[in-house]
Structures are given as C-alpha cells and as structure tokens.
Design a protein around this ligand. Structure first.
Ligand code: MN
Ligand code: MN
Length: 460
C-alpha cells in the first residue's frame, strides 16, 4: 500500500498557492529563529486578524461569545490562540499544537573569557544535537538581556547582509590524527562548543584586553554590562536565511523546521478561518518541547487549563466540571515533524512505514521508543475519523513512524495533552537532517499541512 505523491495532484492555481505559502514560510523562519521571535511574529499577525490578548479580555470583563478571538502570550515564549465556536466549549475544542523552540547553543550565564588573544563565549547546548555539526559554520546571536531595572534589550547579530557573524572553530585536518580516531559522538564535546566573539584588543586595557574590547562594543551598541548577561537568554543559531533546495526548487533548507514548519502551518490555518466555526478552535505554539516540555512555558505547565478556565469564566459558564469536560472532549493534532525517508541512510527506516518527502502531511499513530515506550498511541477510531476528514478535504496524507523499530525514538507533546483524556494524534511534516543546523522539508508537505490543519479545525 503506497501513498500518492502530492506534487502529482497540483494544477497551476495550486502551484501558485503552494509557492506563496512557501515564500511566506521562509520569511517566518527567517524572522523567528527563537521561541521569543516566533511569539512576537505570531502576536502581531493575530492582533492584525482581530485577536485580543486574554489578559485584556479578563481585565475588561469582556463577555466572550461565539466568533470572538482571544490569545494568550505566555511569558513571550508560548502562545495559545482561541476562536470561540458556536457549540458550548464543554463539547470539546479542535486543537492544533506545535512547538516553537529548536535545538541551538545557549550562552551560559557567565559566558565570557579570553584565551589565545580571542574573546570567547561558553555555551550550553539546548535539545538534541550532533555537536560536530555546529563547528566551522557561521552563527548568529539572537536573544534578550534584561537589566536590573527590568528593561529588556533585544539582541540580533549576524542576520543582516553587512552584520558580522560568529562561530566555533574546528581543528585543521593536518593536525587531526588524534581527533579523527575518536567516535563521532565524542570528537567534539559540550565544553568544546565555545564561540569566538572577537580578536582585537583594547589599546589601554591592562588585563583581558580582547574581552575588554568586546565589552566596550556591547556597552556602546546595546548599553549592557557583563553582569547583564546573567539575566540574558542569548541563543547562537545558524546565521542566514532559509532558501529553496533542489534544482527543481521543491524543497526548503533552513534552520528550525522542527517544529516551526508545523507552527507556521497551524498559524496560517488559524488565520485563514473565516466566520464562526462549530467547535472552538485552539492553536498552541509551545516552548521547551526539545527538552521535555518542562518549565512554565512548556506543555507540562498548566497554562492551557488555566486559559480555558478563564475563557469559560468570561462566557459565564465556568465550573470545574465544565473545564474538565472541555479538555476531555477535545480532539487534538499534536503537530511535530517526522523523520523523512533518506535514501543515504535507508537502513534506518522501514520503507512502508516511513514518512516520504512530498507525500503530504504525516500521521504518526504512535511515537516513542522500543516497544512504543513513552508514546501516545492514538485510537483507531480517531485515526479513522482523520482519514475521513483528510479525504473529504482532498488533503494528501501519509502515515509514518519514527524510523526502524529498536533504532532510537522520540516523543512530542501528544502524551501530555492526552492526560486530559482527549483524543490526540501526532501529525506533521517530514524532515531530512532533523536537528541539524540546516534541515530540509518539501514545500508540498508544508502546503498539505496547512490544508490538513484547517480541515481539522473546521470539522464538525
Ligand atoms: Mn519537534
Ligand atoms: Mn525535535
């Protein structure tokens, strides 16, 4: 049983729409290289589309009714979007959730030092990375430094054409006899991932003159002192823009497809909804998935529950029971990327059950590792309903699991939302080189995901 290739189904009009979506998506991942930047982008789009902050609705005691649009900005790192439907919320919501954090190198809280006439920054990697992939390439610094008085200074260095970039050096091949004997996973260690920030000493500085020069630049350009880095979140990410990949331009190479491709598809689908849907539609852009969905902005935090309670309250129907029913009766697509079949590493996959680039949105009935360990295993009944929704709406879709059995594994936010007793399934876009600094997706899969998420949200 083979699934059709989405590219074969497109006419001229659809190809135009696909290219437009791809263009918009590239702009999104160029603008959103951190979870905070993605939230800023999303909030702007949402406000333009008439969404109001939930806090504002609460403060103004706004009576929420069908058709109303609210969103929650959780600490600038996660967003929950609600479009109130005609039916009572207790009948459940149609939820689409994705994550906006991606693997990267975070600057440590005391990062700066000088050695070999260089100023360097110590990092602590975030999420699952192959460390050797992050050396000898251009990196950009994105983030925020918060001063003691609460002022937040936005930092973004390395993205504009004439910006400088930074990076981590690698040992020259001529002197690498020892390094080349090491295992791939051990050749570069976490503590080796120090970023070179500068190499010019300040003339009259007595000690650490290169670092002093760097601190001078930070002060002049951003008004921050070394101490301000203690309360900073600065992420080193691959510098440069996403671009078309392949001579046929069928793919996109860029940083953070995991999981911003699903986040974008979700946002795009939500923003394309017109009129009042039957069920309340909820979009979630969450943080911290790559490190286990922990923390106040991760899915394990209870901000979904709290936000739904507030919305029920603003509708005048809050009760503990109504809250529980709303969550339990909900249906959810946990949108996250899938491992795309890679002919160069074919033995890592079982072809019939692998996600193929270009064959549309993937449904992963389960994820996990070994004997489906740690997985949310969606119900056959829910899977059947999705087949119906996708086919009725002419969405190209496929089913997949994460590689060959017993080779590894992974998880998403699905199992956390399933704790409420709602129907949840993993769904997303196939990615090549997942978690590498530059990942690859097919434009067709992006396009089909947008269609899929919209169809799911409108399903009555
Ligand atoms: Mn992911
Ligand atoms: Mn991931």
């Amino acid at each position: 049983m083979e699934r059709p290739n989405a590219w074969k189904t497109y006419n001229k009009t659809e190809m135009k729409k696909l290219e437009a979506a791809a263009k918009e998506y590239k702009a999104f991942i160029d603008a959103g290289k951190t979870e905070r930047e993605c939230v800023t982008y999303a909030a702007e789009m949402l406000e333009k589309a008439g969404y109001i902050p939930l806090e504002q609705a609460i403060a103004g005691k706004k009576k929420l009714k069908a058709g109303d649009k609210v969103y929650l900005n959780k600490m600038g790192k996660a967003v929950l979007i609600f479009l109130i439907g005609k039916k009572p919320m207790a009948e459940g919501m149609n939820i689409v959730g994705a994550h906006i954090d991606s693997p990267r190198l975070d600057l440590k809280q005391n990062p700066l030092y000088e050695d070999g006439d260089f100023a360097l920054a110590d990092t602590h990697y975030y999420g699952g990375i192959k460390k050797y992939q992050w050396v000898a390439r251009e990196l950009a610094l994105h983030g925020v430094a918060v001063k003691k008085d609460g002022t937040a200074v936005q930092i973004c260095i390395g993205e504009k054409e004439d910006d400088p970039v930074v990076g981590i050096s690698d040992l020259l091949i001529h002197l690498s006899q020892e390094q080349m004997q090491k295992k791939l996973g051990e050749a570069i260690t976490g503590e080796d991932l120090d970023i070179i920030l500068g190499g010019r000493p300040l003339k009259d500085a007595e000690k650490e003159p290169v670092k002093a020069q760097l601190l001078q630049i930070l002060k002049d350009s951003y008004g921050i002192e070394e101490e301000d880095l203690i309360s900073a979140e600065i992420e080193a990410v691959p510098a440069g823009k996403a671009r078309d990949f392949g001579l046929d331009r069928s793919m996109i190479i860029g940083y953070g497809h995991d999981d911003r491709v699903c986040a974008f598809a979700e946002l795009k689908a939500m923003l394309s909804l017109t009129g009042t849907p039957e069920y309340t539609c909820c979009g979630m852009l969450v943080d911290k998935e790559e490190i286990g969905s922990v923390g106040a902005t991760g899915m394990q935090s209870n901000y979904l529950e709290n936000a739904v309670a507030e919305i029920l309250d603003l509708q005048g129907v809050y009760s503990e029971l109504n809250l529980r029913r709303t969550l339990r009766n909900s249906r959810m697509l946990s949108c996250d990327v899938s491992a795309g079949f890679d002919p160069l590493y074919a033995s890592a996959f079982e072809k019939k059950n692998a996600a193929w680039l270009g064959r549309g949105v993937c449904f992963n009935k389960f994820t996990g590792s070994r004997g489906k360990g740690g997985s949310n295993d969606a119900n056959a009944e829910f899977m059947a309903k999705l087949r119906r929704i996708m086919d009725d709406n002419k969405v190209c879709w496929q089913t997949a699991e994460l590689g060959r059995v017993d080779l590894g594994g992974g998880g998403t936010i699905a199992y956390i939302c399933a704790l409420y007793g709602m129907e949840v399934i993993d769904s997303g876009v196939a990615v090549l080189s997942m978690h590498a600094p530059m990942e690859i997706i097919s434009k067709a899969d992006l396009y089909e995901s947008i269609k899929a998420y919209k169809a799911f949200m409108l399903d009555a």
